[in-house]
Design a protein around this ligand. Structure first.
Ligand SMILES: NC(=O)c1ccc[n+]([C@@H]2O[C@H](COP(=O)([O-])OP(=O)(O)OC[C@H]3O[C@@H](n4cnc5c(N)ncnc54)[C@H](O)[C@@H]3O)[C@@H](O)[C@H]2O)c1
Length: 451
């Protein structure tokens, strides 16, 4: 497979910025030599990946797997609408994905299933020799974090955590500013997942974002599986949209690392109140005890002496924000308020500049080149970039920008926050998933304009 992949040479995308052309053309000499991709889980997220894949002419969706026949039907329609060849179908039971993984011709796998399946499927995919992409968060427990790292090392198969926020336009512009030392030496960061998910984690079982207060067996899409985590765990169960971008800004696992963390949880009110207000005080779910605090706040210390505050806030009414703040010895960016202050460079001393001018000045080369095309792809364009990066890395079978060590370190926030909360905020040490190699590992070149 490696020699075949070498033949699938990566080359520059022809015709950058060609948003008027529906399908991007990739620099392949032969139509036969395409990356063969299998998708496990074609729910809402998997279908989004599928539609991005189907825009490309350097891939074949060889197989799809989902236990829900309705989702398979939707995926098949997308494939035939785009006039791609029919994909083999799997999903007769929970473990049919293993039969998909047994297909020798598949090069790369994308996993977009409920969280409790991620590590198991990623481990099996790496063992089957596939270039593996896994949705966020990658792991639920510390044991699973180690499973990802150990399997990557034992098999030499690559694992990429598909963290799309790392490709958000403002994030990449701010990363550019960090790399160019605009903020000086990095000191402090804030980030998190602050998203009122009550209309997703509770629904009517008919439509994913419908009204209703059902979950579990009576729910549909994320309410069928995600809500159970809020019932059973008092932890930050979704840390990577915030921690991923910040980890890259401070070179975690490549010259720096997460060292320890303390976490605290508030009381839990949001889900209960929503059920009473929308389902009535006699609805059976009124009796459900949600263990997860409405706001979980964790503070991470890094080896280089920075702190990172990570917030999980999904049960209360609020507008969406990942709450980023990136601060160094010379100034800072705050996403809320869209503002930047750089000492000696901002228009006035002790006063904010609007961030727009700065973000435009430091726009990332990737966004300059492909932004127009990417914007049509969902989630403000970042979904196109993360999939492009996965496919291009897989075509060359090289280490991805966000690898098994990153997947483990970022996902470890979940079990460590749970332990810290259970022990009244006691500090918890991060394992060194790189086994000392973080000292000499070089940062990935995030500033190139290819992927
Ligand atoms: N990066 C992002 O911005 C983003 C956005 C949404 C979701 N996600 C992540 O994507 C993943 C999927 O989320 P979603 O919203 O698509 O959920 P979903 O419930 O819509 O889709 C999950 C799919 O997995 C299928 N499935 C479950 N068990 C399976 C098994 N054993 N074998 C095969 N298929 C199985 C389900 O039938 C379902 O179709 C989650 O990890 C979620 O956190 C990420």
């Amino acid at each position: 497979m490696n020699s075949r992949r070498n033949f699938i040479k990566k080359s520059a995308i022809v015709g950058a910025g060609i948003s008027v052309v529906p399908n991007l053309t990739y620099g392949f000499s032969s139509k036969k030599d395409k990356l063969k991709v299998g998708l496990i889980g074609v729910g809402l997220r998997g279908t989004n990946h599928l539609t991005n894949l189907l825009q490309r002419d350097d891939i074949i969706v060889t197989a799809i797997c989902d236990i829900d026949p309705a989702r398979i039907k939707i995926a098949e329609k997308h494939i035939s609408d785009k006039k791609h060849p029919k994909a083999q179908v799997f999903g007769k039971d929970d473990f049919d994905y293993k039969n998909l993984l047994a297909l020798k011709e598949i090069d790369a796998i994308i996993i977009a299933t409920p969280w409790l399946w991620h590590t198991r499927m990623a481990v099996d995919a790496m063992k089957a020799g596939k270039y593996t992409g896994v949705e966020v968060s990658a792991a639920n427990t510390m044991e699973e974090c180690w499973d990802l790292v150990n399997t990557h090392e034992e098999t030499s198969s690559h694992l990429m955590i598909l963290e799309n926020v790392n490709y958000r336009r403002d994030i990449l512009a701010v990363l550019n500013m960090v790399k160019q030392n605009v903020f000086g030496e990095m000191i402090h960061f804030r980030c998190g997942y602050q998203h009122d998910l009550r209309f997703v984690t509770l629904n009517d079982g008919k439509s994913a974002y419908g009204k209703g207060v059902e979950f579990g067996e009576k729910g549909i899409s994320e309410s069928a599986w995600r809500t159970q985590h809020s019932v059973l765990r008092n932890a930050d169960v979704y840390p990577t949209h915030g921690a991923g971008p910040i980890a890259v800004m401070c070179d975690v696992n490549r010259g720096n690392r997460f060292v320890s963390m303390t976490s605290h949880a508030t009381k839990s009110r949001g889900m209960h109140n929503y059920i009473v207000e929308n389902g009535g005080k006699d609805h059976p779910n009124v009796k459900v005890n949600f263990k997860m605090g409405d706001i979980i706040t964790s503070t991470i210390e890094t080896a280089k002496g920075e702190t990172i505050i990570v917030t999980h806030d999904v049960h209360l009414p609020r507008p969406y924000s990942l709450g980023f703040r990136v601060q160094g010895t010379k100034g800072l960016w705050e996403v809320d308020g869209n503002r930047i202050y750089i000492e000696g460079q901002s228009k006035k001393a002790h006063a904010w500049d609007e961030a727009d001018e700065w973000l435009k000045k430091y726009d990332h080369p990737l966004w300059k080149k492909y932004g127009e095309h990417a914007l049509g792809a969902g989630h403000g364009g970042m979904d196109w970039f993360v999939m492009n990066s996965f496919i291009e890395s897989a075509k060359e079978n090289i280490a991805p920008p966000m690898d098994a060590y990153d997947a483990a370190a970022w996902s470890a926030i979940t079990p460590l926050s749970e332990l810290s909360i259970e022990n009244n905020g006691e500090p918890q040490d991060f394992p060194d998933f790189t086994r000392g190699n973080w000292i000499k590992r070089k940062p990935y070149n995030w500033m190139k304009d290819t992927y």
